[in-house]
Design a binder for this molecule. Structure first.
Ligand SMILES: [Zn+2]
Length: 207
């Protein structure tokens, strides 16, 4: 796949499917897809095909008629789903879900459950605070207080991975690396939330 004139050729159905999958899953494009995207920018017929593909796949997936995974080849490790946890805020109400594709051990490690008592115990007004505590370590939690969204991961349990948080609001995405908080001895991300609708995923950094 190193031909220099590759940008002269139209995209294959496979490339369009894969681009569709990456866009709909908001995944970072791999190098070969960046090349494909470059072609698409200059070629209106490929761009149109891609647009149709996106709209169709989005509609079908929304209705539960297809699993987007059919767009990609299982053996292709660039499509590996590296999402661990997904958080959605709809009208200010947080929901947190662990990726169902994770194996049992990982799913346990990344399981966060709502814990209203936890906030109350810390003397905070739980009406103003939503908190999800990790099932393995209570020093790991996701909390929303006012417009501060905080994710803390206990280093004791999470030191073996490299993680980042991806925050989506108003169609924009921002990536936050987890930073070490020496005082709390945890990995931490703090996000100023502006809207009441947003999404945050925590994912494994892919090197
Ligand atoms: Zn083309």
């Amino acid at each position: 796949m190193s031909g220099g004139d590759r940008d002269m050729e139209h995209l294959t159905q496979e490339q369009i499917n894969k681009l569709t999958y990456f866009y709909l899953n908001r995944k970072i494009l791999s190098d070969d897809l960046l090349e494909a995207k470059k072609h698409m920018v200059q070629c209106s017929s490929c761009y149109e095909e891609f647009c149709v593909s996106i709209v169709e796949a989005h509609e079908l997936a929304k209705k539960g008629l297809i699993d987007l995974k059919i767009l990609v080849n299982d053996n292709d490790d660039t499509v590996r789903d590296n999402t661990l946890v997904r958080m959605n805020s709809v009208a200010g109400k947080l929901q947190v879900a662990v990726n169902r594709m994770l194996d049992h051990t990982k799913a346990n490690l990344w399981s966060f459950v709502p814990e209203p008592q936890f906030a109350a115990a810390r003397g905070q007004n739980s009406n103003d605070m939503q908190i999800f505590v990790n099932q393995i370590s209570e020093y790991s939690f996701i909390s929303l207080q006012g417009d501060n969204l905080i994710v803390r991961l206990d280093v004791e349990y999470f030191k073996n991975g490299k993680y980042e948080a991806v925050y989506y609001e108003n169609g924009k995405e921002k990536i936050y690396p987890f930073l070490y908080n020496e005082v709390e001895e945890c990995l931490e991300v703090v996000i100023k939330v502006k809207d009441s609708d947003y999404e945050l995923i925590i994912r494994e950094c892919v090197l």
